[in-house]
Design a protein around this ligand. Structure first.
Ligand code: GLA
Length: 662
């Protein structure tokens, strides 16, 4: 179990470093991420290099038995870079530059930036590739975090090259983008620009491709650096820290290029959905490389500095959130950062070693956590889950596009489904449609508006081969270029679902309208098959949200019917049997109560079970990795889990082997 933090000794005089290492040992720190923002100290000027201080600090850490996750320091180019080379600066959608004075102000497409970054990485890698302290490499930092999309001239040129590669000919580009609409037909790739500021709605296929391009661009920057590190002879794992469900990077496409998944997670202590959202993020990153442990690369010991108000964590919350990570596959836990900064934008951000010193709750909990982690035995590899929750970045970009029948909160909806499974203590993999396979018993695909052909094939095969598939609403609407397919909607999944599509019939988004006005109340009117009567669904009522689609259930049983709203009397949930499996369609997004009812039915039908078959009491989280079961009480009072003979106080957790050993 790795334990540590970002370490920024370049912000401190050398006299402090000895104390740092001594304190790290006291806290049980095993590893630190070093030099993430050190470019201006490593290369103070175009022809000046200074590695002496880094040599000394790495040796000092090594002598103290502390490993180094060595950063490539490329995340914030020094002022001399952008003064000498203004083409390094990123630009907004008006083409106006972002200036230095913060961080991440560079264009990842800039050839000058890439040349300078490559030189920096080469020197660092050649110098330290064989240093015994270096256990891992930390490429850049949160690629794309502050400037996920930029529109400058380097991006323009790189976008054109990316499009040439993707489409081959400009005729193919025109066809994919539907360029005959509004006279947008291009005569050559050189006429194409990033989707910069325009008077009205921009071509949705162009916008979608630009998001693909930006995600690919950040990935290519990672790969450039990883190649340089390898070429220098380094054999340690190479990673870059992700940000869970970060909207702008298709991490599922990045994962194969990254040796070990590392994730940063800063839950809002005041969010009512905090526990669920953290668990979702843990499962999302775990699912990027199924069966492989990952590292929690950044969390906060206490408050952050960057929300309008930054409340403290409650007592025990840090340990409980850390247990969520370990129980869901983490083999290491790190913080931002080791010693609280004394100047700069993040001086109020908590750290392992607070500015107020060691007579603090934070320091006590950091030391306590260090010794608890050191006492853990070897942990099993994460295992597959019985349920696949389909989540797809390209679909996210497309489904939330402009000019649609209704406004969709894709992440919100996916997390709502996850919440219903989480409340029941069921383990969930969060995967792309093409990754749904026979390992799962149940697959849920909400709002899968954009479907690529491999995803279509996987979902069809899953339902045909005995899985239980639940899809919809607003699903199977466009192809990968955001074009309608010939023949209407639900053209790909309709045959296995046994339904035909008439109309979308949007409802006001749940956060905007009052509950009554958004209508769409669905009730189970009839046709609950006898074997499914065991779950309380038949006489229940719940509200549908976002859409009340008009469907024809040509070859499917109607499990729920709209009782009011624009599709009153029409099917709300349908089910078509396939041998031992089934394919369900939801013409609406159930509210929380509805999700609980539907999920209960889906679990019963698919045979997907909760962890140890236990129904957790409210506030209690169950997680499984291999034969290790983690039980966390996030509630305010004591929680009893009689099946395990356990009683946990608020924020307490326990690890139990599947055979019951504590
Ligand atoms: C991000 C960055 C860190 C730091 C923290 C503060 O995760 O990677 O450098 O800014 O946020 O929460």
């Amino acid at each position: 179990m790795l334990y540590g933090a970002d370490y920024n000794p370049d912000q401190w005089p050398e006299e402090v470093w000895d104390d740092d290492v001594a304190r790290m040992r006291e806290a049980g720190v095993t590893t630190v991420s070093l030099g993430i923002f050190a470019w201006s100290r490593l290369q103070p000027g175009p022809d000046e290099w200074d590695f002496g201080w880094l040599d000394r600090v790495i040796d000092l850490l090594h002598a103290g038995g502390i490993g180094v996750n060595l950063a490539t320091a490329t995340a914030s180019p020094p002022p001399w870079v952008t003064v000498r080379h203004p083409d390094v600066l990123a630009a907004d959608e008006n083409g106006a530059p972002y200036w230095h004075g913060s961080r991440q102000h560079h264009s990842p497409s800039s050839p000058t930036y890439r040349r300078l970054a490559a030189e920096l990485v080469r020197r660092i890698a050649e110098r330290y590739a064989h240093h015994p302290a270096v256990v891992m490499w930390h490429v850049d930092n949160e690629l794309g975090c502050h400037l996920p999309v930029e529109y400058g001239d380097s991006a323009r040129d790189a976008f054109r090259a990316w499009l040439r590669e993707r489409y081959g000919t400009v005729a193919a580009l025109d066809a994919a983008w539907g360029a005959d609409f509004w006279s947008q037909r291009y005569g050559s790739f050189d006429e194409v620009f990033p989707p910069r500021k325009a008077p009205y709605s921009r071509n949705p296929a162009q916008v979608l491709d630009y998001r693909r391009f930006m995600s690919d661009t950040w990935l290519s920057l990672f790969r450039m650096q990883a190649d340089i590190i390898r070429a220098a002879g380094a054999t340690q794992p190479i990673s870059t820290n992700m940000m869970g469900p970060f909207p702008h990077a298709d991490y599922a496409s990045w994962a194969p290029h990254i040796d070990v998944i590392t994730d940063d997670c800063y839950p809002d202590p005041s969010s009512p959905t905090r526990v669920r959202d953290i668990a979702f993020q843990r499962d999302l990153v775990r699912s990027l490389k199924r069966g492989t442990p990952w590292l929690l690369m950044e969390q906060a010991t206490d408050a952050v500095n960057w929300r309008p108000t930054n409340p403290s964590k409650r007592d025990g919350q840090l340990a409980a959130e850390t247990a969520q990570a370990i129980g869901r596959g983490a083999d290491g836990v790190f913080f931002f950062q080791w010693r609280q900064s004394r100047a700069g934008s993040e001086k109020f951000h908590s750290a392992m070693l607070p500015h107020a010193g060691t007579r603090t709750r934070t320091w006590e909990s950091v030391v306590e956590l260090g010794s608890a982690l050191a006492a853990l035995p070897e942990l099993p590899a994460p295992s597959d889950s019985p349920v696949a929750l389909v989540f797809d970045w390209e679909n996210w970009w497309a489904v939330e596009g402009a000019d649609h029948p209704g406004t969709v909160d894709y992440l919100g909806v996916v997390r709502a489904w996850y919440g219903a499974l989480h409340r029941r203590g069921v383990m969930v993999d969060v995967v792309r449609p093409e990754d749904v396979d026979g390992r799962y018993r149940l697959a849920i695909a909400p709002f899968l508006y954009l479907m690529r052909d491999p995803g279509v094939a996987a979902l069809r095969a899953f339902a045909a081969e005995g899985g239980v598939l639940a899809a919809g609403p607003f699903t199977d609407v466009v192809d990968e270029s955001d074009r309608f397919r010939d023949g209407g909607f639900l053209t790909q999944l309709g045959p296995i679902l046994g339904v035909a599509f008439e109309d979308f019939r949007p409802l006001l988004p749940p956060t905007l309208g009052d509950a009554a006005a958004r209508a769409g109340a669905a009730s189970v009117a009839a046709a609950s098959p006898a074997e499914e009567a065991a779950v309380a669904f038949g006489s229940a009522e719940f509200a549908g949200t976002f859409f009340a689609e008009a469907l024809f259930a040509d070859d499917a049983a109607v499990l729920a019917t709209f009782a009011s709203g624009p599709s009153a009397g029409r099917p709300a949930i349908t089910r078509r049997a396939h041998g031992s499996g089934s394919a369900w369609y939801l013409a609406t997004q159930p509210d929380e109560r509805g999700l609980d009812l539907v999920v209960a039915r889906l679990l019963a039908e698919s045979g997907a079970e909760s962890v140890l078959g236990i129904a957790p009491p409210p506030g209690v989280e169950l997680a499984q990795r291999g034969d290790l079961v983690t039980i966390i009480n996030h509630g305010e009072g004591e929680a009893r889990i009689p099946e395990l003979g356990l009683a946990l106080g608020p924020q307490e957790h326990a690890y139990v082997r599947q055979d019951g050993a504590a």
